[in-house]
Write a protein that binds this ligand. Sequence first.
Ligand code: TRP
Length: 328
Amino acid sequence: MTKKGRVFSGARPTGRQHLGNYLGAIKNYVALQDNYDCVYCIVDLHALTTVETTADLKQNTYEMALDWLAAGIRPEETTLFVQSHVPQVTELHTILSMVTPLGKLTDLPTFKEKVRQNEGNINYGLVGYPVLMTADIVLYRSDVVPVGIDQAPHIEFAREIVRSFNYRFQTKALLEPQMKNTEIPKVLGIDGKEKMGKSLNNHIELAATPDETRLRVMQMVTDPQRMKRTDPGNPDICNVFSMHKIFTPAEDVEMINRECRVAGIGCVDCKKRFAENLNKSLDPFRTRRAEIGKNPEDVWDILHEGAKRARVIAEKTMQDVRAAVQLP
Ligand code: TRP
C-alpha cells in the first residue's frame, strides 16, 4: 500500500497515560498508521524545560511507550523513539535559532502561558521550545503534524521558520509541514469541570485495574443540578453521559439518555454501567500491556530500533542543511 506521506508527532514523557491522552491523541496516532508513514517521538528534551526532577524521566518514558504499544502503535511500520536518542535534533535546533526572531518567541501565547505557570524558572530552553519543536518536525521531513488547537501557533511558527531558513540560505532543504487539526472535544476529568490531566489528579489511567477504574468512575461528577435520585437529570450537561457516548453500545446510550431525563435511572447506576463498559473496552489493552510489559527490555529495544531508523533520516536532512548553510 502506498502511504500519503509522513506524519510526525511528539509528546512529553508523562508516564502512564489516561483517557484524555487516549481520546485526544493516542487513538488518532493509531489510526493514522493506516494511511501515513508515522514517526512518533517521546520528547524528553522538551520535558526538561519544566520538570522539577529528572529522577522519573526514564520510568515515565517507559510507561508511556508501553501504553502506546499496548494501544496499537505498530513498531514494525511506525518509527517510535526518544527525542534525545537522535542528537541531530539539537544541532538543527541551534541552526534554526539563527533565523528565529526572539520577539516572535516571546510573543507566542504558549510562551506567555508557560511564563505564568513557571514563574520561578523562565529558562532559555523554555523560550526556544517551539524552535526545538520545529527541529523535530523538519528533521524527519514531515508532511503532516496532527495537533490540537493549542499547538496550532507552534505549527504556524514552524512553517515560518522553514520559509525563513530556505529563503536565507536559498535552498529547499527544509519541508514546510502542514497542520492537521485533530478536532477532538476536550475530555473532562472526573471533576466534570477541568480538562483531564495528571496534575489535577482528575484522570483515569488506562492501565488501572478494573477495581481501581470502578472506584474512579464512581467519583465522577454528574449533572450538577441533579441533587436527589428522584430529580430528573440532564444528560446534555453530564460528563458521565458524554463518556457513555464513547464507550457504551448505542442502544444502551439511548436508554440512559431517555431514563436519566425522567429519573428512571440514577447516577450511581449510570456510573456502574459506565465502569463496566469502560472496563470491557480496556480489557484487550490491559492484556496486551501485561504481555508486552513482561520484558521491559523489549520496549527499550523497540525504542532503540526506532532511534536507529530515525537517525538515518535525520542525518540525511542534516547533510542537506549543513551544505545549505555552507558550514566548512
Ligand atoms: N509541543 C508539544 C506539546 O507540548 C510536544 C511536541 C514536541 C510536538 N515536538 C513536537 C508536537 C512536534 C508535535 C510535533 O505537547
